[in-house]
Design a protein around this ligand. Structure first.
Ligand code: NAP
Ligand code: MG
Length: 811
């Protein structure tokens, strides 16, 4: 039990007894709480706070007192100092002479997150919460130097318990528990204009955090610098929690302070314009200071150095490294309190909540920057902004999770352990290819590809061996992405002066892989299929071997008898009469297929349906073709029963055979969302019908799948020569890159799945979603703008469209 009388008399001495005005109404517990609260106050200091009234929140100075701060340009790999700094930094880190302090007292409420800000997940693909991102940095330091840095996390009064709980629940994310220490930032009472204490509740004094400079007082009060790892440390690394690109204990930064012997280095970036809102560093009478651009004249803010940088343009990143002994010395002097007049909610005399119209409360805060004034000898360590600065401050717009994701991904591009095969092609699609890589993929993915140039010129130069090599590479790496290529005809042979009329590269590759082509339309908002019932894509699988495509045919004359002769290996033979041309001339054809080919077609179709989780249909005309088409039907049925039924049932998908004419009428009434396996000729015809019924050839993807699990992704359209000629004439084209882009995302997603590379698979999905969103918002290429039912679509050029997609990847 606290002694009410002695506490009351102490309060009276300072004229603060009013805070006990509701004491009589309180329960025993609440009384105890209030007395504890009062007892913890340093009333003497509070009296001084009010009377000292040190400094108003804004600086008052004369411009003639200012000069630019010393700047060290952070070296980058390749610079001569880089290696020196880095190696020194690693040496210091290895010896355990660096501790890290993160200021994490904030709440996530401004981000729409309920909990400590550090527990907020900005949803960077492959990464976790803000705390986890910093831990990754610390783990990377351990990987580089072999020592664990001791991490001190400064929490706030309101989020301390939740923060500790978060780390406990997650077993410190695998970081050594004894290398993480939490300590609380202090609070100071809020006073009214007469210097009186205020009540937040009837049993609780109104207090507020003591400002970012409170970190120093908290370090002192919690004896952080005197105990444990900090006692032996030489340097303190300090950062905020909200910068996703912070380089925790950056060895180059550590090496720089160790080698320059400065008291403090503070990371800065150069402002983009003099007016950009950001506190900047300068010297005032030779002592470091941070000021707002509004505090100096426009003329001064715009002053430049010889290299074009602003003299007063080094903006604060909130990332410092201190020499720990120099910091200890500076902390022997109390930092000044800055007073800010604020509107603060509290209880009025009668115990009702009160928030006045005008600022009438005094909040006291210490400023981080005042330590520099105390220490002197601080230099700016100027980094490249986009490499190290991605703050998450707002729920959306600038400095939001979205901008942070984008900046983070550019700096930490997704790695690919194993390559995919990249097959380049011809004309306009070759340009589309390059733009897709440049604008959408390479900023975020370190593309690992084995490259084959299948341009018609290179096929000619290599006597088409490059095509065979590409096909062999697909067998090896399993996943490929292919650009459209010219299939030479007589006109093309002349146009390019080719040695001969080379075979279609697609046919060559398909022959080597024994593959089946699956074509799927991309359905987007605003481009409705012609068939009203179709809601999902219908994928056509075409058996690309035999039948009429390798038939033998001839003309017959009146009076001819035509036979089909089968000669067996053992010398026997059979003869079947095909037709007697009794009354007329005519035509005949002999065609074939092979069980092996039909079997591998069937297996590939079942396998693909299974991997995509789609029903499989197969159609033929077995009622009329009782041997030929019936064989197809039987092969499918046997393979299904023996190899796939169980897996299909487990996945909840079905296999279904029907006559081709029945299939056509059912397809027209279906909702879509299945794979339709077709014989060679049916597939040829129906895939073109589906392509135009779903919208446009430019929205059709195609993947060649082999029975042993190789995947080659491409667009179904050709090289778009008409657009290419415009392009060569310097005209802007509105070529639609969708199908080629989806070929890339299909290949990257497949590789991501095979390699267990979740970040790559997630990225591919994001790109596809970004494309859907772009078109859904009315931005599209010319071909779609012509057929969309959206009102006032915006037609974009090829590059603008890709940029619009890029801008939506991390929304
Ligand atoms: P194409 O290149 O597909 O172009 C035909 C027309 O379709 C274009 O002129 C264009 O119409 C429209 N189009 C196609 N894709 C488009 C896109 N992405 N964006 C906007 N419009 C698009 O067919 P082609 O002209 O018959 O063939 C050209 C060359 O491609 C030939 O040498 C052929 O051998 C080759 N080809 C290759 C493949 C392959 O490698 N997989 C497939 C087919 C054809 P507008 O002119 O009206 O704008
Ligand atoms: Mg066709």
């Amino acid at each position: 039990m606290k002694d009410y009388e002695s506490i009351l008399s102490k309060l009276k001495k300072y004229g603060q007894e009013d805070v006990l005005r509701f004491y009589g109404e309180l329960s025993a517990d609440d009384r105890e709480q209030l007395l504890c609260d009062v007892e913890s106050l340093d009333l003497d200091e509070i009296a001084k706070l009010y009377h000292l009234a040190d400094v108003p929140a804004e600086n008052k100075f004369d411009e003639s007192e200012l000069s630019p701060i010393d700047v060290i340009k952070a070296p980058v790999p390749g610079d001569s100092e880089y290696k020196t700094y880095y190696e020194k930094g690693i040496e210091v880190l290895r010896s355990g002479k660096v501790i890290a302090v993160t200021m994490a007292g904030g709440e996530g409420s401004r981000l729409g997150h309920n909990g400590p800000k550090g527990t907020y997940d900005p949803k960077i693909p492959g990464h976790g919460s803000l705390f986890e991102i910093q831990l990754e940095g610390l783990r990377s330091i351990h990987a580089q130097c072999g020592s664990f840095v001791h991490w001190y996390i400064m929490t706030g009064e309101s989020n301390h318990a939740k923060t500790v709980e978060y780390f406990e629940e997650n077993a410190y994310f695998g970081y050594p528990r004894d290398k993480v220490t939490f300590f609380k930032q202090g609070v100071l009472p809020v006073l009214d204009l007469e210097g009186k204490l205020l009540l937040e509740e009837k049993n609780k004094i109104l207090k507020a955090p003591d400002g970012n400079g409170g970190i120093f007082r908290a370090l002192l009060d919690n004896k952080i610098l005197e105990t444990g790892d900090a006692a032996d440390a030489g340097y303190v690394f300090v950062c905020g929690i909200d910068n996703c690109l912070v380089k925790m204990c950056d060895p180059v930064f550590v090496g720089a302070i160790a080698l320059t012997g400065r008291a403090c280095l503070t990371k800065t970036f150069m402002k983009r314009s003099p007016e950009e809102k950001a506190g900047i560093y300068c010297l005032r009478n030779g002592r470091p200071l941070v000021i707002e651009y509004t505090e100096i004249s426009a003329h001064m803010a715009a002053e430049t150095n010889a290299d074009g940088t602003y003299k007063y343009g080094d903006a604060n990143v909130l990332n410092y490294i201190f020499d720990i002994n120099r910091l200890r010395e500076a902390l022997s002097v109390r930092l000044p309190y800055h007073i800010a007049l604020k509107k603060v909610k509290r209880l009025d005399g009668a115990g009702n909540p009160l928030k006045s119209e005008v600022p009438d409360c005094r909040k006291y805060e210490m400023f981080m920057f005042d330590i520099f004034n105390e220490m002197g000898d601080t230099a700016a360590f100027r980094i490249v902004r986009d490499e190290e600065f991605a703050p998450v401050k707002n729920a959306e717009g600038i400095d939001s999770a979205q901008t942070a994701r984008e900046l983070f991904m550019r700096q930490n591009r997704i790695e690919m352990e194993n390559p995919i095969v990249e097959i380049d092609g011809d004309e306009m699609t070759r340009i589309v290819w390059e733009k897709i890589k440049e604008i959408v993929l390479e900023p975020y993915v370190k593309l690992n590809t084995e490259y084959y140039d299948l341009s018609v010129q290179n096929r000619d130069a290599t006597d088409d061996t490059v095509t065979v090599k590409a096909a062999e590479a697909i067998k090896k790496h399993k996943v490929a992405v292919k650009c459209a290529t010219i299939t030479p005809n007589a006109k093309r042979v002349e146009e390019f002066g080719l040695k001969k009329m080379w075979k279609s590269p697609n046919a060559t590759i398909r022959g080597i892989l024994d593959g089946t082509v699956f074509r799927t339309p991309i359905i987007v908002d605003g481009i409705s299929p012609v068939v009203r019932t179709w809601e999902k894509p219908i994928t056509i699988a075409r058996h690309a071997y035999g039948d009429i495509y390798s038939a033998v045919e001839t003309r017959a004359a009146k009076g001819d008898e035509v036979f089909l002769t089968v000669k067996s290996k053992d010398g026997g033979s059979r003869e079947l009469l095909l037709h007697t041309f009794a009354d007329s001339d005519g035509i005949v054809m002999g065609m074939h297929n092979e069980d092996d080919s039909v079997e591998s077609f069937a297996r590939t179709c079942f396998g693909y349906a299974l991997s995509e989780g789609l029903d499989l249909w197969f159609s033929a005309k077995d009622t009329i073709s009782k041997t030929y088409d019936h064989r197809f039907k039987d092969v499918f049925a046997e393979i299904y029963e023996n190899e796939f039924r169980e897996a299909f049932e487990e996945k909840g998908i079905t296999y279904f055979y029907t006559l081709v004419d029945d299939a056509v009428s059912r397809v027209m009434k279906s909702k879509g969302g299945f794979v339709w396996a077709c014989k060679n000729y049916d597939g040829d015809v129906f895939s073109d019908m589906l392509a135009s019924a779903f919208g446009s050839l430019s929205m059709m993807t195609s993947v060649l799948v082999s029975p042993d699990g190789c995947f080659e992704y491409e667009a179904a359209h050709g090289t778009i020569p008409r657009h290419y000629h415009k392009y060569l004439n310097g005209e802007k084209t509105s070529t639609n890159p969708t199908a080629t882009l989806f070929a890339w995302t299909g290949a990257l997603a497949k590789k991501g799945m095979m390699d267990g590379n979740a970040a790559l698979a997630d990225f591919s999905q994001r790109v596809e979603n970004a494309l859907y969103r772009t078109i859904s918002e009315g931005f599209m290429t010319g071909d779609l703008a012509l057929i969309t039912e959206k009102e006032n679509p915006v037609t974009l050029g090829l590059e603008e469209f890709l940029e619009a997609v890029r801008d939506r990847i991390f929304l």
